[in-house]
Design a protein around this ligand. Structure first.
Ligand SMILES: *[C@@H]1O[C@H](CO)[C@@H](O)[C@H](O)[C@H]1NC(C)=O
Ligand SMILES: *[C@@H]1O[C@H](CO)[C@@H](O)[C@H](O)[C@H]1NC(C)=O
Length: 708
C-alpha cells in the first residue's frame, strides 16, 4: 500500500531547428527530474526539433536529426532509471507523424502518434502531419539502422497504446486532443490508465490561461487520475510566445504549476502523489458500469515500478494549491518582454531602437523594453547562467561589469529617438518622450526632420511646378495626406539609419546594429489607420496585437507597479498623430479622424474575427448591443458599421506588409499566419452586405414610425 510516486513535467525554452540547444535543455530537464526523485518525466510537444518548425517539418532531414537527438538520449547512461516521454516527428510508411517516444533505460518502449491535430487559428499541423486516425490501432515502426543496432531489435510498436508498469498504468495525450469534445483520455481512464501525460505547444493569448486550466481540470475531475501537462516556453522563432505553465493535477486539483512567463530556459516541477487517491476517487458504481463497456487498449508491459517504497523514504504527498494567474496588465508587461529578450539574444543583435512620438503606443513599446530589462536584471541578481552569458555578449560597454539596475541595462541596449517637425510637434510630446527616456535610462536623441520633409516635398515641385499644401492652408485631402505621409515615411528611413549607426557613434566594442521596434496597436492595424511603410514598418512589434484599451490599462498599471509617474502624463494626453500643423482652432485627434472610438474598434475586431461575422452580421449584432433606449438609432449603427468595413477593406493591403507582431489577441488581423483574407475587395458601398444593412435599417425605421 501507500504507492507514492514522484512525477515530473517541464517547460522548456526550445528554438525551432536548434537541435543541439534543444537536446541540451531536454537532458537538463531529465537530470533535474531525477534529482528530485521522479520516476517519470514529460516534455513539451515536438521538443526535439522545437514545435515551430512549420514547413521544415516537410523536410526529411528534420526527422533524421530528430532521431540523432533521440539516439543521444538513449545512449546517455545518466538519463537511465526514469521513464522519459519525449516529443519528436517520425516518418512511418512515408507518412509524417507528430509523436511521442516513451523510453526507459535506453530502450524505446513505444511511439505514440498524435490522433487529433491542431489546425485552427495559428496552427496548421495538418499541413505537415497525418493524424493517427485509428483509435487503439497499433503497428510496427521500423527503426533507423543505427537505432536498430543499439536497441537490438528491428521495430517498436507505434500507435494508440497504453503502458503497464509493475504498479500502475500510464498513457500519453498530445495537445489538441484535450480540446476535442471526445478526448482519448476518457476511454483510457475507463481502461484503468491512472497517469496521463499531456505535451503541448500552446501559445500565450491574453486572458486565456484560465480556459486551458479549466479544460485540464475537467479532464481529471470527472474521470479521476493524474495529469502531467508540459509546454514549450518562450519565442521559438516566430510571432508566438509559448507560455509554459507546466502543471500537475490529481483528481482535478492542481499540485504543481511552473511560471507562465520567465527567462528560465528549463523549468521542471515535480509532485509526489498517492495513487490510492486516484483509485478511491474512481470507486463509484456508475464508473464501473461504463468501464466494463469501454474499448480495450493494447498494453505495453514495462518491467519497472514508478512507486518508491514509502516506508524507506521520507516522502510526503504534495498538497493541492490554487491556480496562479496574472492580471491582463501583467501579461502585457511580461509576455512581450520575455519574447523580446529571446528575440534579441537569439538574433545576436546589439539592442533595440524605438522612435518615441510622445504618444501612448510607442510609450507602451518602450515600457515593455524596460520591463524586459527588469526581468533580465532580476535574473542577473540571482546569477542565472544563461542570462549572465547572454548579457555579457549583448551589453558590452565599459569595464565588463554586469548592470545592476534595469536603467543601467537600458542605457546599454535601448535607444529612443524623438523625430519632430518644428511647426506641428508640440512641446508636450517632445518633453514627454524625453522624460520617459530619462526615467528608464534609454539612450535618447531628439531631432527635427524638417529638412528631409521640405526637400522631399520640393522634389515634386521642381519636377512639376505643383506645390501641395496642408488642408489648414487650403490644400485638398490628397495633398494633406501626401504631406503627412512624407513625414511618416521619413521617420522610418531615419529610424533604420540611426539603428544601424548608433552603436558605432557610441563606440560599442565590436559595433553592431539595433533592431527597430514597431508600435502600432491592433486596432489601428485593423482599421488601417497608419501609413504604409512609416514607423509601423520595423523589425518586430511587441504590441501589434494588443488593443488600445488594454495598452492604456497596462500603462496605468505600470505607472504604479514600475513606479513610473511619467506614465500618468501619457494616459491623460489625447491620442494624436501630429502630422498636421497645429492652428488656433485645430489639433489632429485620432478618434475624431477615424469617426470611431478605440473601444468601438475593439468590438468590430472581435465580432469580425472571433464571432466570424461579416458586415451584415455585425450590424444585426450591434444594432441590439448599441441600440435600444438611449442608444444609437439603427441608422447610426449602420453608419459606423459601414465606415468600419469600408476602411478595413480598403486598408487590408497594409496588413500584407505589417511588421511581425507578438500574438496576444484573439482578433489579431495578422495577414500572414492568423487572419487569412484577400487584400483587394469589391467596393464596400456597392456591396450586397451593405444593401442588406440598408434594407434592414429601413424596415426598422418603418416599424418605429408605425409604432409611434
Ligand atoms: C493537453 O493539453 C492541451 C491544453 O493545452 C489540450 O488541448 C490537449 O487536448 C491535451 N492533450 C490531451 C491529449 O488531452
Ligand atoms: C534563476 O534561476 C532559478 C533556477 O533555475 C529560478 O528558479 C529562478 O526563477 C531564476 N530567477 C529569475 C529571476 O529568473
Amino acid at each position: 500500500m501507500a504507492p507514492f510516486v514522484t512525477l515530473a513535467t517541464c517547460a522548456l525554452n526550445q528554438w525551432a531547428l536548434d537541435f543541439e540547444g534543444n537536446l541540451g535543455r531536454i537532458k537538463q530537464s531529465i537530470l533535474k527530474a531525477k534529482e528530485a526523485g521522479a520516476t517519470l518525466r514529460v516534455g513539451p510537444e515536438l521538443e526535439i526539433p522545437g514545435y515551430g518548425c512549420l514547413d521544415h517539418f516537410l523536410e526529411t532531414e528534420v526527422y533524421e536529426h530528430s532521431w540523432d537527438s533521440l539516439f543521444s538520449i538513449l545512449t546517455d547512461a545518466d538519463l537511465h532509471g526514469i521513464i522519459i516521454d519525449v516529443g519528436l516527428p517520425v516518418l512511418h510508411r512515408n507518412c509524417r507523424y507528430n509523436a511521442r517516444a516513451i523510453v526507459l533505460d535506453g530502450k524505446i518502449l513505444c511511439l505514440r502518434p498524435k490522433i487529433y491535430l491542431a489546425n485552427d487559428g495559428n496552427f496548421r499541423e495538418m499541413r505537415f502531419f497525418t493524424p493517427w486516425n485509428r483509435p487503439r490501432h497499433v503497428e510496427q515502426y521500423y527503426l533507423p539502422p543505427h537505432v536498430q543496432k543499439q536497441q537490438g531489435r528491428r521495430h517498436v510498436p507505434i500507435g494508440d497504446v497504453v503502458l503497464s508498469t509493475i504498479d500502475t498504468c500510464l498513457a500519453a495525450e498530445t495537445c489538441e486532443e484535450l480540446f476535442t469534445p471526445n478526448s482519448p483520455h476518457i476511454n483510457m481512464g475507463l481502461n484503468g490508465v491512472e497517469i496521463f501525460t499531456n505535451s503541448s505547444g500552446s501559445h500565450h493569448s491574453l486572458r486565456k490561461l484560465d480556459q486551458r486550466i479549466a479544460l485540464i481540470q475537467e479532464a481529471t475531475r470527472k474521470n479521476g487520475g493524474v495529469y502531467l501537462y508540459s509546454n514549450q516556453l518562450g519565442c521559438d522563432g516566430d510571432r508566438l510566445y509559448y507560455d509554459g505553465c507546466a502543471m500537475i493535477f490529481v483528481n482535478g486539483d492542481i499540485v504543481g504549476q511552473s511560471s507562465q512567463f520567465s527567462l528560465n530556459e528549463v523549468e521542471v516541477i515535480t509532485a509526489t502523489i498517492d495513487l490510492e487517491e486516484v483509485r478511491a476517487f474512481r470507486a463509484t458504481a456508475s464508473r464501473g458500469l461504463q468501464a466494463v463497456a469501454a474499448p480495450e487498449y493494447q498494453r505495453i508491459e514495462v518491467d519497472f515500478a514508478l512507486a518508491r517504497d514509502a516506508l524507506d523514504l521520507d516522502v510526503s504527498r504534495t498538497l493541492p494549491r490554487p491556480p496562479r494567474y496574472h492580471l491582463p496588465e501583467e501579461e502585457i508587461a511580461l509576455g512581450p518582454a520575455c519574447w523580446l529578450w529571446d528575440y534579441l539574444r537569439r538574433s545576436r543583435q546589439a539592442g533595440y531602437f524605438v522612435p518615441l512620438s510622445g504618444g501612448i503606443d510607442s510609450c507602451a513599446t518602450a515600457t515593455i523594453v524596460y520591463s524586459m530589462c527588469r526581468l533580465v536584471v532580476a535574473a542577473l541578481a540571482e546569477g542565472n547562467e544563461t542570462v549572465v552569458k547572454d548579457v555579457k555578449r549583448i551589453a558590452v560597454f565599459g569595464d565588463g561589469k554586469l548592470p545592476t539596475t534595469p536603467e543601467e541595462l537600458c542605457g546599454q541596449i535601448f535607444y529612443t529617438c524623438y523625430m519632430g517637425m518644428e511647426k506641428q510637434s508640440s512641446k508636450e510630446t517632445r518633453e514627454r518622450a524625453k522624460a520617459l527616456a530619462e526615467r528608464i535610462g534609454a539612450y535618447h536623441t531628439d531631432v527635427n526632420i524638417d529638412d528631409v520633409f521640405h526637400s522631399t516635398k520640393n522634389i515634386l515641385t521642381q519636377a512639376t511646378g505643383f506645390e501641395p499644401k496642408f488642408r489648414v492652408h487650403g490644400g485638398s485631402n490628397t495633398q494633406n495626406l501626401a504631406l503627412q505621409n512624407i513625414q511618416a515615411r521619413s521617420r522610418m528611413v531615419i529610424a533604420y539609419y540611426f539603428a544601424q549607426e548608433l552603436c558605432e557613434v557610441r563606440e560599442r566594442p565590436g559595433g553592431g546594429s539595433l533592431l527597430v521596434l514597431g508600435s502600432s496597436n491592433v486596432d489601428e492595424c485593423l482599421r488601417g489607420y497608419l501609413t504604409k511603410y512609416d514607423c509601423s514598418s520595423a523589425d518586430i512589434n511587441p504590441i501589434g496585437s494588443i488593443s488600445k484599451v488594454d495598452l492604456k490599462r497596462f500603462i496605468a498599471w505600470a505607472a504604479t507597479d514600475f513606479d513610473m509617474l511619467i506614465l500618468k502624463d501619457f494616459i491623460e494626453a489625447i491620442p494624436t498623430a501630429e502630422l498636421e500643423p497645429i492652428t488656433a482652432d485645430y489639433v489632429q485627434s485620432d478618434e475624431v479622424d477615424m469617426q470611431m472610438t478605440y473601444a468601438q474598434l475593439s468590438r468590430f475586431g472581435t465580432l469580425r474575427k472571433v464571432n466570424k461575422l461579416g458586415p451584415y452580421g455585425v450590424f444585426l449584432h450591434l444594432q441590439k448591443e448599441w441600440g435600444g433606449e438611449g442608444g444609437m438609432t439603427p441608422r447610426e449603427v449602420a453608419h459606423k458599421v459601414k465606415l468600419f468595413f469600408h476602411f478595413f477593406q480598403i486598408n487590408r493591403h497594409k496588413q500584407t506588409v505589417a511588421t511581425p507582431a507578438y500574438h496576444a489577441e484573439s482578433y489579431s488581423p495578422d495577414d500572414h499566419r492568423f487572419d487569412l483574407r484577400p487584400f483587394l475587395y469589391p467596393p464596400a458601398f456597392e456591396s450586397w452586405s451593405f444593401r442588406k444593412i440598408d434594407e434592414r435599417v429601413e424596415a426598422l425605421e418603418r416599424r418605429e414610425r408605425g409604432g409611434a
